[in-house]
Design a protein. Structure first.
Length: 68
């Protein structure tokens, strides 16, 4: 998957909405909006970092020599 391509943006939006709703609906704390936004943002950032690490070695022309 290409980073920040059409599919990546769609997955990020879906992830943000799901995490936001899970935290906003199920929370009774007075600052539930801030917590839901921070949790959803952290999930999106983590997903982006994971995809960056995954795609970093995808087109590697020089793999390790003795990789079994």
């Amino acid at each position: 998957m290409k980073l920040f391509g059409k599919n990546h943006i769609i997955i990020l939006v879906i992830t943000f909405v799901i995490l936001f709703l899970m935290n906003y609906i199920g929370n009774d704390a007075p600052d539930k909006l801030q917590r839901a936004i921070m949790t959803a943002s952290a999930g999106v950032i983590g997903l982006t970092m994971g995809l960056f690490i995954l795609n970093k070695g995808k087109n590697d022309k020089n793999p390790p020599q003795d990789f079994d």
